[in-house]
Design a protein around this ligand. Structure first.
Ligand code: F6R
Length: 613
């Protein structure tokens, strides 16, 4: 997501801020900005769309000087990537500046409230409301920036890491966080704030990790941390021992592993703000389709490639399960050359992390030419598919750097689940009670994913048993059949082990001929509905001496007798189980690839974004 750096000391801030932003570049961004308090005590800023080089050129031309400042790289979530949406954002008098990482869930309400008080907003961002709330708090009698920030934070729902400065208090940065990371770096007569260790690792290794709802007042001489009530808290100063490469990966060995671990946040951010406060509706923003169009829908085509294609297939199962609409899924590279029967009662959806996949763009254009509305599930705001779709559901997984998609996939599944509930409600096909149960369970998924991640050591030990195999099968049924294909894709793309995903019931129609005592078969057997059928399929493999690795629900003892290895996962409703079950598959693939010495983040022959046909 966005990158933050702040500096207060006796040196020129701009080179330090620019250097910090460059060190955060690996996270991805679409625009950047810097703000300082200059020698005359004025607040001065510069922001630019595009790469840091553009900002750097602007700074070289116009110059900004000062010994206290904030810098920011933005990864768009609310509002397109543009100069006006880039951070910092300002109070109406331009005297207070904020940089922010995260999502303010209730920003539309806050914005309306502030507009009622006469505020006009320069940008489309959720961030701007933060600084306007601070401004209002000061007008309302808050004695200083710290008190005004404290009062404003109480009004925010969502996630944030913020840094603020104020012309009238030119010696301090006020910083705070809730569910988005923020650290304070301690130097000698100079101090920093940053969203991530790499931003400041070349300047200091002494770091305070702020906890949720803590506020830090950072000056050149020190840092005072308080909780939201204003009580002083004592935070341990940690010495960072990682090198820069490890720091960029948050201490993880590879980006892919970091991103696997980011899935609870990716899912919760995708859900955030999309369930109404009374819990009765799904809020989808402006999808540009009318309730009448949704009610009149005969067919949905979901179009995508690779991992997004498997997410789309689960989307099909979801829509078919909860609504009466016929759903077809196709690879973008096929759809665009077919002659699909599209009409006004057909909705086309694309699912894409990058929003730049050439075949998916071509399919979208073809569908639009034939008069269909196109809604897309997209991770990269401002991408071609984002711009060209009639409506968009953003997955808020943040930049995905590892070539193999992980957190974008689980975020896509969450978005497709929300979309299904939205459609089902609009068509009167999901009643109140069912809806409430599903929404509650969806909100429990991030914590359940967290519990699977705690099993990493066991999953690694299983992977270490099988890494020498040359082939593997992944079997699932129903919602977990596409998930099995995704598990196989993860394994083949990063470990180069040949792997196939199959619908478990298909095994006896041919593939079972391959099974022998050297053949690992990963079986997803969590679904209560088809549990017995799945067990029979596993027994067929067992009878051919295949090595069975079962993904099973905690408490399931039956499977232990048949499987060579069992990875237990928390129970959930079957339609949501792919979000949980895919995590052991990703870790299994990861550790097999690690044992095989593969270049996990950049597998051979693959590119992160396939922008050519
Ligand atoms: C596999 C993977 C690819 C992408 C596919 C589509 O791990 O990442 O299969 O899912 O190339 O890319 P997007 O989602 O960017 O359209």
């Amino acid at each position: 997501m966005c990158g933050i750096i702040g500096y207060v000391g006796d040196k020129e801030a701009v080179p330090i801020l620019m250097d910090g932003l460059k060190r955060l570049e690996y996270r991805g961004y679409d625009s950047a900005g810097i703000v300082v308090i200059d020698a005359c005590g004025e607040v001065r800023m510069m922001k630019r769309e595009g790469k840091l080089k553009v900002l750097e050129d602007g700074l070289a031309e116009h110059g900004l000087r000062g010994t206290l400042g904030l810098g920011h790289t933005r990864w768009a979530t609310h509002g397109s990537p543009s100069e006006v949406n880039a951070h910092p954002h300002f109070s109406s008098d331009g005297e207070i500046a904020v940089v922010h990482n995260g999502i303010i869930e209730n920003f539309l309400e806050l914005r309306a409230e502030l507009e009622g008080k006469g505020h006009t907003f320069a940008s489309e961002t959720d961030t701007e409301v933060i600084v306007r709330l601070v401004e209002e708090a000061l007008k309302g009698g808050a004695p200083d920036l710290e008190a005004a920030v404290r009062a404003s934070l109480r009004k925010l729902k969502g996630q944030y890491a913020v840094g603020l400065l104020r012309r009238k208090e030119p010696d301090k940065i006020v910083a705070a966080r809730l569910d988005s990371p923020l650290i304070v770096g301690l130097g000698d007569g100079e101090n920093y704030i940053a969203s991530d260790v790499p931003a400041i690792l070349n300047r200091t290794r002494k770091v305070i990790y702020l906890e949720n709802e803590e506020i830090a007042v950072v000056t050149a001489d020190g840092c005072r941390v308080t909780d939201i009530e204003g009580n002083e808290t004592v935070r341990e100063v940690k010495e960072i021992t990682w090198d820069i490469d490890a720091a960029e990966k948050g201490g993880y060995e590879k980006f892919m592993l970091k991103e696997i671990h980011e899935q609870p946040q990716a899912v919760s951010k995708t859900i955030m703000g999309r369930i109404s406060t009374d819990g009765k509706e799904i809020l989808m923003g402006d999808l540009n389709v009318t309730p009448e169009e949704i009610r009149g829908l005969r067919k949905i085509f979901i179009i995508s490639c690779g991992t997004a294609f498997y997410a789309s297939n689960i989307g099909r199962y979801l829509l078919e399960h909860y609504t009466n609409i016929a759903v077809e899924v196709d690879f973008s590279s096929e759809f665009r050359y077919r002659n699909p029967k599209l009409s006004k009662q057909t909705l086309v959806m694309t699912v894409t992390q990058s929003g730049e996949t050439a075949d998916t763009i071509a399919s979208l254009r073809m569908a639009k030419e034939k008069g269909c509305k196109v809604i897309s599930v997209v991770n990269v705001v401002g991408s071609t598919i984002d711009r060209e779709s009639d409506g968009v559901i953003y997955t808020r997984a943040g930049p995905e750097i590892g070539v193999a998609s992980t957190k974008a996939y689980t975020a896509q599944l969450a978005a497709l689940f929300l979309f299904t509930l939205w459609v089902g409600r609009m068509r009167g096909e999901i009643d109140d009670g069912r809806f409430r149960e599903l929404v509650d369970e969806l909100q429990r998924i991030p914590a359940k994913v967290e519990r699977v991640l705690e099993k990493e050591r066991h999953i690694r030990s299983v992977a270490e048993k099988y890494y020498r195999a040359t082939n593997a099968f992944f079997l699932g049924r129903g919602f977990n059949f596409p998930n099995a294909m995704e598990g196989a894709l993860k394994l083949k793309e990063i470990s180069y082990m040949h792997a196939e995903g199959y619908a478990a019931g298909e095994m006896k129609h041919g593939p079972i001929a391959l099974i022998d005592e050297h053949f690992p078969v990963v079986c997803i057997c969590t679904g209560a509905n088809k549990y017995d059928k799945m067990l029979s399929n596993i027994k067929e493999v067992q009878a051919r001496k295949g090595r069975i690795i079962a993904i099973a629900t905690e408490g399931d003892d039956r499977v232990k007798d048949i499987a060579d290895d069992v990875i237990y996962v928390p129970e959930t409703v079957e339609p949501l189980s792919p979000l949980i079950n895919v995590v052991p598959l990703q870790l299994f693939a990861y550790y097999i690839a690690l044992e095989r010495g593969c270049d996990i983040d950049k597998p051979r022959n693959l590119a992160k974004s396939v922008t050519v046909e």
